[in-house]
Design a binder for this molecule. Structure first.
Ligand SMILES: Nc1ncnc2c1ncn2[C@@H]1O[C@H](COP(=O)(O)OP(=O)(O)O)[C@@H](O)[C@H]1O
Ligand SMILES: [Mg+2]
Length: 249
């Protein structure tokens, strides 16, 4: 069998006493979308940082296409096809949409000159942003800022794209557009790891779902089955029911 595009084996990470990954293992195949859910502080964003290389793991192995990239720097992983969006988008507000995407291609993807321009144009077309190429990024409405964030990640020429809570703040009318866009990327053969609080949006796209809590994989597999898993239900109840100061004393 072909090696999965991403294989995470026994990943471990702690910040002091806070364990953000405890023996975390999972695979993502090319053309597969894996959703990630879990309460705040579960270690979801840290997991993406560990995969991109912006955070260093304490243990475990990361394989990209069967190749051990555990010791690779973030830029080297990015050039090898690991792209990401950030939970808090930070476009260069004074630069145009095109210039922002070009930065992704040049610095994220390590591409030069003509190739960078080609990747940037392609990313704008794939995200439906071509008509906004010359608009200053600071003037975009929220949905288009989200699209720009996706375009910037795409312009690095990724094979794996990691999305961190990109749906937050969108209206009910805008959500399906973002969902459709992520589905298109997956259908075009990209591997997608999508962390999202808005679970109903996630469930429209993902092939498998993983629930994390306090650095542990609570469940992973078929999305509907994971959502029904009593351990997952418990994690969610625990995060939504605030016992308040009286119960804590
Ligand atoms: N750079 C860091 N330094 C110290 N603690 C961190 C750092 N990044 C994350 N943490 C802690 O790790 C835990 C998991 O954080 P995070 O991965 O952001 O969770 P999530 O994205 O699931 O909400 C939290 O308790 C957070 O405070
Ligand atoms: Mg997070």
């Amino acid at each position: 069998m072909e090696a999965p595009l991403l294989r995470v084996e026994h990943l471990a990470k702690a910040y002091g006493q806070v364990v953000t990954a405890r023996d975390v293992s999972f695979d993502v195949a090319a053309g597969e979308a894996l959703g990630v859910v879990g309460p705040n502080g579960a270690g979801k964003s840290t997991l993406l940082n560990l995969v991109t290389g912006t955070a260093r793991s304490d243990g475990g192995t990361l394989l990209l296409d069967g190749q051990d990239v555990t010791r690779w720097s973030a830029p080297r992983r990015s050039a090898a096809g690991v792209g990401r969006s950030y939970q808090v988008p930070r476009p260069f507000a004074g630069m145009t949409v095109f210039e922002n995407v070009l930065v992704g291609a040049r610095f994220g993807g390590g591409h030069g000159g003509r190739e960078a321009r080609r990747l940037a144009i392609d990313a704008l077309e794939r995200t439906g942003m071509a008509h906004l190429a010359n608009t200053p990024a600071g003037r975009l409405r929220l949905l288009d800022r989200k699209r720009l964030e996706l375009a910037r990640a795409l312009a690095t020429g990724p094979r794996l794209i990691l999305l961190d809570e990109i749906a937050g703040g969108l209206t009910d009318a805008e959500l399906p557009e973002l969902v459709a866009l992520v589905a298109e990327l997956r259908d075009a053969g990209l591997a997608v790891v999508w962390i999202e609080h808005i679970v109903h949006a996630l469930l429209q796209v993902v092939d498998r779902l993983m629930c994390l809590a306090l650095g542990d994989v609570v469940a992973i597999g078929d999305p509907a089955t994971v959502m029904r898993d009593p351990r997952v239900v418990e994690v969610y109840l625990g995060s939504t029911v605030d016992p308040g100061p009286a119960a804590a004393s």
